[in-house]
Design a protein around this ligand. Structure first.
Ligand code: TXA
Ligand code: MG
Length: 485
């Protein structure tokens, strides 16, 4: 393709919308123009024209069997795009439009099969962006647009990233600042019963269910980002949402991931971190994703940070996974694709007894001695008033049995310990019940170390008693982790 001059049209307010008139002319002439939306930038062209749609596929390098979303300026414009609009369409449009929701319905004859990649259905979205809606109105046609990134790479949330990918390939990039939401729209197929969410986005399954109670989520979107990396290998590998360097996704809790990153990080590697991960904030301070407790900043910034880290030439990017519910489900949907095979599942095992001086430290060092990969082990107490060292007899039992241990100080169990844990093992059933009553949401991962019986407290007993306790703990650990030792 011969390079053309690409102009960025910056719009700072509604009084500047007239500057878009030349871009509207370009759309009318069948050209491709990059458009801003609240989710990500798009690569738009006349949705009524097959030739225009073809140009989008060409410029983006997108497989032609993957449909485009049709963007409209007003709700009523959906009528000429769809042959039929179900009741559910009106409910969701009233609730969420303009906004980050794409609804798949039966297409009308006016929409060419090039736009829908041969399907009889079409995805429609009314974006929450004044520039793009002005462009659609003034051009006199709906605008078909996929995300404005070269196929296989990270979606662009800022005009500068669109420029990086499409300079010389399209005449105009409309710049209205960075996308506020940062993840592509939620896509729901309303032609299926029950309606199926094909791609999770800012609008969550829970929010959709307030209007369509039987809606389900199934990650079955045709992946426009698919690109065969190594077709010769068994089981074709695909690249999605990928920067040019590897992305390592670490699943298994905030502080566990922080420890893992500190263990592994090398020079010239970047970390996209949460504000709570203070120990790794200094590595690449610009790449904060906001708080782990409220993920909207993470959604807004994650693509932009991935692109920036890639552009800066880092050779690896680490990022901590988030719980897969609500917006977290949408973020993880993208991150898993970005990381591909580089997803690491860490396990954080916490042993708990009363004072964290006798039984639980022994359990901690026994399990640590097996060096199970990607496993972090610690111990905590339910009633630690002031931190002290490990009981002398526990140390002796470890030594007598050749279990290495390091400097140890007892610590009180916290909410974060339980939240981050893969499993919490207590020495007695009453300890298990105490933790469950404090943190009921985690009840499924809180177990007694020994199934169906307690490990008695050796505190103040003889060394023989400690050796018996040691044996009991080691046998219980060997049983619990038998497949991994
Ligand atoms: O937020 C967004 O949705 C952005 C902005 C620009 O609006 N657009 C976007 O488009 O993410 P794209 O093409 O990158 O992703 C749309 C996805 C594609 O994977 C496509 O397969 C799917 O929606 N899709 C579109 N029409 C469909 C249809 N009729 N049936 C099934 N899937 C469809
Ligand atoms: Mg895309």
């Amino acid at each position: 393709m011969i390079d053309i001059f690409t102009e960025i049209i910056r719009i700072n307010g509604e009084d500047e919308l007239y500057k878009l008139d030349k871009a509207c002319e370009a759309i009318k002439e069948g050209q491709v123009v990059a458009i801003p939306t609240e989710t990500v930038y798009g690569l738009g062209a006349n949705a009524f024209s097959s030739d225009s749609a073809k140009k989008i596929y060409e410029v983006k390098g997108r497989p032609s069997d993957n449909p485009l979303i049709v963007h409209i300026a007003e709700k009523q414009d959906a009528k000429e795009i769809a042959s039929y609009l179900p009741e559910s369409f009106y409910k969701l449009a009233d609730a969420f439009w303009p906004g980050p929701l794409t609804m798949i319905v039966k297409k009308s004859e006016k929409i060419p099969y090039t736009v829908t990649a041969g399907l009889d259905t079409v995805g429609i979205r009314m974006p929450d962006n004044e520039c793009t809606r002005y462009l659609i109105r003034k051009s006199g046609c709906p605008v078909a647009a996929p995300s404005a990134n070269i196929s296989g790479t990270v979606s662009a949330t800022d005009a500068k990233y669109v420029y990086d990918d499409f300079n010389g390939k399209i005449p105009y990039i409309i710049d209205s600042g960075s996308s506020k939401i940062g993840l592509e729209s939620t896509v729901i197929n309303l032609t299926l019963t029950p309606p199926v969410i094909l791609r999770p986005g800012r609008i969550t399954l829970e929010e959709i269910r307030e209007y369509i109670p039987d809606a389900v989520y199934h990650d079955s979107l045709i992946e426009e980002e698919e690109e065969v990396i190594n077709p010769a290998s068994p089981g074709m590998k695909y690249k999605h949402y990928s920067p040019s360097c590897p992305v390592v996704l670490i699943k298994g809790g905030l502080s566990t991931a922080e420890r893992y990153i500190l263990d592994k990080i090398e020079d010239n590697e970047a970390v996209l971190y949460f504000s709570e991960q203070k120990k790794i904030a200094h590595i690449t301070p610009d790449f904060c994703l906001g708080s782990y407790g409220s993920l909207s900043k993470c959604a807004e910034l994650v693509f932009s940070h991935l692109r920036a880290a890639d552009k800066a030439g880092y050779k690896k990017i680490y990022i901590t996974g988030v719980p897969e519910k609500g917006l977290g489900l949408s973020i993880m949907n993208r991150l898993k694709k970005s990381a591909g095979e580089n997803a690491v599942q860490l396990r954080d095992i916490v042993f708990v007894c009363t004072g964290n001086t006798c039984r639980s430290p022994m359990a901690e060092f026994i399990l640590k001695s097996y060096n199970i990969p990607d496993m972090y082990v610690k111990s905590r107490g339910l009633d630690v008033c002031c931190s002290s060292g490990m009981a002398f007899n526990s140390q002796k039992a470890l030594k007598d049995n050749d279990i290495p241990f390091s400097d140890f100080h007892s610590s009180q169990l916290t909410y974060g310990d339980v939240a981050d844990a893969d499993k919490v093992y207590t020495m007695t059933d009453s300890q298990r019940r105490i933790i469950i009553s404090a943190f009921p949401e985690f009840k499924d991962k809180i177990l007694t170390l020994k199934e169906n019986s307690d490990i008695a407290d050796p505190y103040m007993h003889s060394m023989d008693f400690y050796q018996v306790t040691f044996d009991e703990i080691r046998a219980a650990i060997e049983k619990r982790f038998k497949d991994e030792l």
